[in-house]
Design a protein around this ligand. Sequence first.
Ligand code: GLU
Length: 464
Amino acid sequence: MRFAPSPTGLLHVGGARTALFNWLYARRHGGVFILRIEDTDRSRSTDENIGFIIDALRWLGLDWDEGPPTSGYRQTERFDLYRDHAARLVRAGRAYFCDCPPELLEQQRKAAEASRETFRYSGRCRDRGLTAGALRLRIPDEGTTVVNDLIHGPVAFEHSQLDDWILVRSDGTPTYNFCVVVDDVTMGITHVIRGNDHLSNTPKQILCYEALDYPVPEFAHVSMILGTDRSRLSKRHGATSVQAFRDAGIPADAMVNYLARLGWSHGDQEIFSRAQLVELFDVKDVASSGAIFDQTKLLWLSQQHMKAMDGGRLAELAEPFIAKAGLTVPRDRAWLARVVDTLKERTQTLVELVEAGRFYFERPRDYEAKAAQKLFTDDGAQRLDRLIKRLGELGAFTPEALEALYREQTAALGLKLVDLAQLTRLAVTGKTASPPLFEVLALLGRDETLARLRAARNSIGSST
Ligand code: GLU
């Protein structure tokens, strides 16, 4: 199996899904997964883009058995191989040189267009026995080549619709389709899973395998990913690069789960761990129709994965986002694990999680205005004074002890629990909604809780 990106930009969800399907197939069947960089388009391929693709694959956890940084896995490093194979085809009489001038070909192309026909090379140089020029594959005039696609079933291509395509240009550079064949052959690729935008290349490639007398691999062409308007997914539909989702705080396992479900299904199950995907994935279960990219579902899956994660793991994933938000964790990882446990029910991404938990890392800078108007009154000030005193005296600062104290105080004051709870919540978090209050207070600890209650008390002034 291989993933063969062209490094002309970031890794997009379509490419990532192709990589994932190949990876899953290889891992399930104990095969070898190779990363190959198709960088023959030198004007658009950059080292920076290769770096982005590698980062994104690493983040997704799609490890490869062969490929960069080992050399020899970039097409620009493999020109000798292409040359050798071209020479082989010439020797076997399966390819021939052509010196048709570009103007002539252009003229013929235009003529074909004018009569609404597919342009096919005329075959003018087929039997001229030239020894230089562009190298073309000699394909049979008649018959059909059938792609036995694992997803779409047999797809037949009439040879009359194909032409003697160019393997090597007259300047000596190999063409894209030729490189792909030579690479897949020399890398021992047995299964090719790729986007169905490549389906029309496949009969050409199969004819080249046959000309080289190599076994043809199995092909599976995965349908394109569509936007909600059913047109092919593009930037118009919003973020499409894997990096953008990583930066938005989608956990990698959720992203992998979501990508797998873009076209593949297993009954009506939605949530899969990586191990389950490896165990269950079969390319035959990939739908032949296009899959719609649904952000809402991705976010839902992200939440499901975060909820199912243990606090320690979630804390580890949250740490870079906490730093990115300019916050620092005041205590150890075990504390952070408890903190994120209180937040994970309510948030869909790691970015949201950090935002919702901001108050754990810094004191509120202000208070929700409407609530402050209602709660930070003279009565509120008196209640805060009382709470500050009692909390200072409380033995163990645990959620249970805190709850008992609040119940006792509300009863003594003839109030409802919510009255004191909302007052406290606003004072310590600045907001009227937060994770369960007593857990929050216990996590902040006595000193911090008291400091925040005092600050809130002071903001009311000493009018009593
Ligand atoms: N380099 C091609 C692409 O990025 C993939 C070709 C293939 O998988 O055969 O679309």
